[in-house]
Each structure stands twice: as structure tokens, then as C-alpha cells.
Write a protein that binds this ligand. Structure first.
Ligand SMILES: C[S@@+](CC[C@H](N)C(=O)[O-])C[C@H]1O[C@@H](n2cnc3c(N)ncnc32)[C@H](O)[C@@H]1O
Length: 340
């Protein structure tokens, strides 16, 4: 193990400089030797850092250090001293826990300590697998590249949400635990015996949550065959009262070829849902409810789009809300509209 030996009276000053450069091995204990202090390091400090200290009585030594027995109480606690606090906060906020899996957003600048961060997340969350977001959510299936970092590389899991269980593979399908409250809001609006179309159903979190609480019929459509595979598994996994009909394919084609009139339609494809609005409105009964989602900076754009697509049909906006932030200044907006 490598350490820095410095006179006792300068130890605090040197420790602060080493912390600033994330040089201290925080898993090990600092030790004292007569009038000296030995600080455990992750690597030999570069010349510039030594120069910044401006101390002549300083020596890089190879010695043993004891482990810290304390286990971290938070990711922040574990990473303190390795990364500046604001950056830890950034990593902390972008955490997603899906069943046994943790998905982290680690900025490029921390490439060299990504395994340290992943290890901290593994210990702190006590989950099975740690992945890093390797791209934005993209393509028609709305999936992202995930880089495996720690634990076991098993991307299938079962996520629990408000009493529902969703089996899914984070590499193959879209799923966001951040929509839990939104789904609950929708479930609470549904009445028994409705006919519902879940246009972009994914593994079925809206459909399953509704069908667990309500009788009725739900057409759950998705273009990603993996999503439909898990949707079918999830129907088996949950005690559903309502009937869910899983359909694999393009919802536009499905609605054009099937004359279904629904009481309620859910359109959770915020980047592209506007392209499907006309089809949706055509499939809504008089007085039917639309749950429309769109990425936007204001409510004006999604509301205008609904009104335009409705043409001569009267539209009553029942609610509009910011579901979650999507990027600075932009939101995943949710609009509930009654189409007369
Ligand atoms: C943002 S995800 C939402 C999934 C699910 N509603 C949820 O909350 O987890 C959008 C889904 O729409 C599906 N999708 C995209 N284009 C589609 C289309 N034309 N027809 C049917 N599904 C589509 C994708 O495969 C993806 O699973």
C-alpha cells in the first residue's frame, strides 16, 4: 500500500489538498507514527500536487494500513473525498432502481473511478446488479445501451410498484420507475367495465395496474416483441380482475384494421405520441378520456395538438401536469382530455 508521510503539525493541511484531488484511499485508516502522520493514497501523487503542498518534509512510503470498519450509510458518505460534493449529488439524483438492478448516470469525467462508484452503489443499495446509462433512450423501442459495472450481469428482474409486479429485462424493454405516481393517478380515474386502449403498453405497467383494480377490457399494444413477451408474463404474475389483450405490432395499423371504440386511451410515448393523435381520437367514444403525454416546455403545445387532432369534436381539458423533468427546461407533460 502506498502512503504519504508528513509531520503531524502539517497533516490536516496536506489531507485537505489530497482530498481536493481525490488522492486519499478512503477505505483505509490514516495512521500515526511518532511525530508523523501517514495518509493512505490511491496512487503516487503527481509532481504538481506535491509542489502545491510546498512542504519539504514529505515522503512517499510503502506501508500497510488498516481497513476502516465503518460501512457507509449513503452513496454520498462512501464517495466523500473521492468526488466533489455537487457531483456526488448529480450521481445521486440520477439513480434508478428497478427491482434488483441499479442504473446510474456517471459523467464522462468519472470514467476512471466508475467501478468505485458502482461498488459504492452496490454496497449502499444492496441490489444485485449495477449498470451505467451508456446512451439516451432511443429508437422505436425506447431502450438504451447499458454498460455493466458491478455485481452480476443479469438484466432481467421483477420490479414492485404499488402492489403490482413487473418482470422485465432492462436491456430489452423500456421501463421507468419514475412514472409510478403517474400510473397511480390514472388507475384512480378508471371505473369498472371500461374499454381501454394502452397504445404504447411496454411490459404493461399501466395495463396491469388498472386491471388489478378494475374489471373491464384493455387492449395493450406494443411494437417491441420483448415488451409483449414480458407483458404476457406479467399478466400471469399479477392477480388481474380485468381482461388484458396483448397485441404485438404497430398500434397505428392495429387501430386502422380494428374498429374499437374505447372509453379511455393511454398514449405514453412522449417523443412521438403526436403522430398517433388522430388515430387515437378516432378510436375514442363520445365523452371518452385521453391520457396524452408529450415532451414540452409548456402546456400550450400538447393542448393545441389535441385540439387540432380532435377537429370538430369538442375537447375539455380535465388536467395538465408536469410528470417528470426530461431535460433542462423540458418536461414529460401529461394531459387528461375529454373528447366529446
Ligand atoms: C415510453 S415507452 C412506454 C412503455 C410503457 N407504457 C411504460 O410506461 O413503461 C413507449 C413504448 O412504445 C412502444 N412503441 C413505439 N412505437 C410504437 C408503435 N408504433 N406501436 C406500438 N408501440 C410502439 C415502444 O416499444 C415502447 O415500449
Amino acid at each position: 500500500m502506498i502512503g504519504l508521510k508528513i509531520p503531524k503539525n502539517q497533516a490536516e493541511y496536506v489531507r485537505r489538498i489530497l482530498l481536493k484531488y481525490s488522492m486519499i484511499d478512503l477505505k483505509l485508516k490514516i495512521k500515526r507514527q511518532d511525530n508523523y502522520v501517514l495518509i493512505p493514497l490511491i496512487k503516487e501523487p503527481p509532481e504538481e500536487i506535491i509542489a502545491e503542498m510546498g512542504i519539504s518534509q514529505l515522503e512517499v512510503v510503502h506501508t500497510s494500513f488498516e481497513d476502516h470498519q465503518r460501512s457507509p450509510r449513503s452513496l454520498k458518505g462512501y464517495l466523500e473525498g473521492q468526488i466533489v460534493p455537487e457531483k456526488i449529488e448529480e450521481i445521486n439524483k440520477s439513480f434508478d432502481i428497478i427491482g434488483d438492478i441499479v442504473i446510474l448516470e456517471i459523467p464522462e469525467e468519472f470514467e476512471s473511478i466508475k467501478y468505485l462508484i458502482a461498488d459504492a452503489a452496490l454496497k449502499f443499495t444492496k441490489r444485485r446488479s449495477i449498470y451505467r446509462k451508456g446512451s439516451k433512450v432511443k429508437g422505436i423501442k425506447r431502450t438504451r445501451y447499458l454498460e455493466f459495472l458491478a455485481g452480476e450481469d443479469i438484466s432481467q428482474t421483477i420490479h414492485k410498484e404499488y402492489g403490482s409486479r413487473f418482470m422485465l429485462d432492462v436491456r430489452k424493454v423500456y421501463f421507468s420507475p419514475r412514472l409510478a405516481t403517474e400510473r397511480d393517478k390514472i388507475v384512480k380515474q378508471v371505473k369498472d367495465d371500461e374499454i381501454i386502449i394502452d397504445m404504447f403498453a411496454g411490459v404493461g405497467p399501466f395495463s396491469i395496474s388498472i386491471a388489478r383494480q378494475h374489471e373491464g377490457k384493455i387492449y395493450a399494444i406494443d411494437i417491441n416483441p420483448d415488451a409483449i413477451y414480458y407483458l404476457k408474463r406479467n399478466i400471469e404474475l399479477n392477480k388481474v380482475k380485468g381482461e388484458i389483450i396483448p397485441i404485438s405490432g404497430d398500434v397505428k395499423k392495429f387501430l386502422e384494421n380494428n374498429d374499437i371504440k374505447a372509453d379511455r386511451i393511454i398514449m405514453n410515448l412522449p417523443g412521438m405520441a403526436c403522430k398517433f393523435l388522430k388515430n387515437a381520437i378516432k378510436s375514442l367514444k363520445e365523452g371518452g378520456i385521453l391520457h396524452y403525454y408529450e415532451f414540452s416546455s409548456d402546456f400550450n403545445q400538447p393542448v393545441t395538438r389535441i385540439r387540432e387532432a380532435a377537429g370538430s369534436r369538442k375537447v375539455t381539458i380535465l388536467d395538465k401536469r408536469r410528470v417528470k423533468s426530461s431535460s433542462p427546461g423540458r418536461w414529460h407533460m401529461g394531459i387528461d382530455a375529454k373528447i366529446h
